[in-house]
Write a protein that binds this ligand. Sequence first.
Ligand SMILES: [Ca+2]
Ligand SMILES: [Ca+2]
Length: 237
Amino acid sequence: MKIPLLHRLVVPLAALAVFHGIPRADASTIFWESNFNDLLFDASEQPLDGGFTFEAGIFAGGFVPTSENLNDWAANWQVFATASESDGSWDPGVQSFSKTIDHNPDGTSSDAPVPTDIFTQGEVVYFWVYNTKNREAGTEWALVADGTNVGDNGDNWIIPDPADPIGTVSYVWLLDDANTAIYGNLDGTFGGGQGYTLQTSLVPVPEPGSVLLLGVAMLGGLVRRRRGRACSLNLAH
Ligand SMILES: [Ca+2]
Ligand SMILES: [Ca+2]
């Protein structure tokens, strides 16, 4: 019997793949997005512009973000995906972001800035919107969670099973499904009557401690004194 050429090629290749333990191409796909022409505003009630970035991520080690521990968010935050104007995934012109991410079989994310970061099944996902993560004058953030499932159209914002077969299992994380604002505001109306989906809020600049201020003042005095001495030594020569 004549064996078809394709079969003759495929069978040995498949055997080779099994023999060498080539990993299965399993992964789940996540479609992460906001509505087209969504109502996304900053603290001044202006539409969010290209200076803002959206991130989907988790807080590692069971860290629970609150408005009382703003300083610790960044250190515990693990980025799963980023939407920004620079790669076109955030388009301020149509007030919409959209990104497609693979959650790989080893738990990593195709869009994570740290490619080795592991995202474990069941971890709760948050969306963080910011113009900068530094706490300085003009910093604005919103941190939102899926919260309840009432009225939700997409899937829960939970890290899926990395063993989901690619192409057959996908999830949709919609900003529209957010119900809980840890920071910023969700689903309200401004005084002028404009409704919004999300609004970022100004982040207070941390006040340096009085002990730190005293230390800085003392250091400044010391530097001035040293400079003064160096000057007088130079003059003496
Ligand atoms: Ca929800
Ligand atoms: Ca939900």
